[in-house]
Write a protein that binds this ligand. Structure first.
Ligand code: HAM
Length: 416
């Protein structure tokens, strides 16, 4: 049985094939993300992988809605696997915001599902670090979230030479559009044309723009000028105070496809432009109100960073560490008459916190020893008869030195 297209199997290292996905790399990325979010005071939350379809229709925008994994459940409900976390977290915050001090700083690492055409950097499931901050409208909050984005990549060894955040503003584009007589009701249509501008041929873009009353040359000149809005200028100054100015630049070529953004928007890319976006986000000050049916009004902003492009980038930059095995000690059972006592030692070592393996069935001694070497174990422990009774021979695999200890002393002697 083949797995479904766009879905991944994650194997423990060593990997069975070059192109296989590593569960160790995944855990490495998640551990660094969690540690970085903690340093910024973000608390972890989670939500359901399956949501009412309604949570996404009208809120996320046409592109994501066309990619939903949706169906009717056995109770006749219209449901969808979550394609993104933002509507879920907006609902959760709206429900429980009274219980939390503002600003609320939350993160999550959900697995998300989008029925996309499988291509480089795009699959039908991915994991995404989501960091969102609720209840603060000042650009200081935008800078805080951007600094967290920078550190969520730096914690994996990437530097300002590897990636850059392209900063833009929906308000800047809104003002541009309205100043040229654009119909406010068609603003999102206009944003979607800008969102595709880098992937579309100029003639096609020009035609689409003309339909909403805008000239391509005008748009191009606006992007080229890259004049920061007062909010963007404040964010850049804040990043400069942190020593992070080199990680961001104003770039109105970014506008984001999702419908709910209202303010500053941004995307992180590799500097060489070899990969798709590593992360994207922005301000969405109306979504909590929309999701709560007008009951709760809370400003919000955040980002999502996917694991797929990130893993490709880490591999390309040689930043994937080698993952050694986790077994510390192999207990060698060379004398079957000592098997029960050996198992007793295995158990006591494990209860003391050591990671221990042993041959489950009778196995040649040299084979057991080779296995200890393959596993990268630190020690072997072998019980043997001596004139004084049974003793344990403990061997260090680093320098092959060996010592004998009484059975009662094995656990203490094996501590690192
Ligand atoms: P997004 O731009 O749709 O934003 O996704 C964020 C990141 O997730 C992308 O930059 C990309 O790295 C990764 N990603 C998205 N789709 C796929 C896919 N099919 N395969 C692999 N990776 C993918 C959002 O989802 C927003 N909800 C982020 C956000 C949080 N905005 C505010 N808070």
């Amino acid at each position: 049985m083949e797995r479904l297209p766009g879905f991944r199997d994650f194997y423990p290292e060593p990997l069975p094939a070059n192109e296989a996905w590593s569960c160790d790399l995944r855990q490495h990325i998640f551990a660094r993300w969690r540690e970085t979010a903690r340093r910024y005071g973000f608390r972890e939350y989670d939500g359901p992988p399956l949501e009412p379809l309604e949570l996404y229709t009208n809120k996320s925008g046409a592109e994501i809605v066309s990619q939903l994994f949706n169906f009717q459940d056995k109770g006749g409900r219209e449901v969808s696997l979550r394609p993104e976390m933002t509507p879920t977290v907006a609902r959760m915050v709206a429900t429980a915001e009274r219980a939390y001090k503002k600003p609320v700083r939350w993160f999550s690492i959900p697995q998300l599902y989008r029925y996309e055409k499988q291509q480089k950097g795009r699959l039908r499931e991915h994991f995404q670090l989501n960091c969102d901050l609720f209840g603060e409208t000042d650009p200081a909050a935008d800078a805080e979230v951007l600094a967290l984005l920078v550190d969520s990549l730096r914690c994996l060894g990437l530097t300002a030479e590897d990636f850059v955040i392209r900063l833009s503003s929906r308000q800047a584009w809104q003002r541009f559009f309205e100043a040229r007589g654009g119909d406010p009701a068609r603003a999102y249509e206009f944003y979607q044309i800008i969102d595709k501008i880098e992937r579309e041929r100029d003639e096609v873009t020009a035609e689409k723009l003309r339909a909403v009353g805008i000239e391509l040359a005008d748009v191009q000149a606006f992007i080229a000028a890259g004049e920061p809005t007062p909010e963007l200028a404040a964010v850049l100054a804040n990043l400069a105070a942190r020593g992070l100015r080199d990680f961001a630049r104003v770039d109105y070529g970014v506008i984001r496809g999702l419908a709910y953004y209202t303010g500053i928007v941004f995307e992180a890319f590799d500097r060489k432009g070899e990969f798709r976006a590593i992360a994207g986000g922005g301000r969405y000050d109306n979504l909590v109100k929309l999701v709560s049916g007008g009951k709760v009004d809370l400003s919000a902003l955040g980002f999502g960073m996917g694991d797929v492009v990130l893993a490709e980038l880490l591999k390309a930059r040689g930043l994937v560490p080698s993952f050694s095995g986790t077994v510390e000690i192999v207990v060698l059972v060379e004398e079957e008459s000592l098997r029960d006592e050996s198992i007793g030692i295995v158990q006591r070592l494990r209860e003391d916190g050591r990671a221990v393996e042993f041959a489950l069935v009778p196995t040649k001694g040299d084979k057991q020893f080779r296995r200890a070497l393959e596993l990268g174990a630190r020690l072997t422990v072998r019980l043997q008869q001596s004139p004084a009774g049974v003793v344990a021979a403990i061997k260090s695999l680093a320098d092959r030195s060996q010592r004998e200890v009484a059975l009662g002393d094995v656990v203490a002697a094996c501590r690192p």
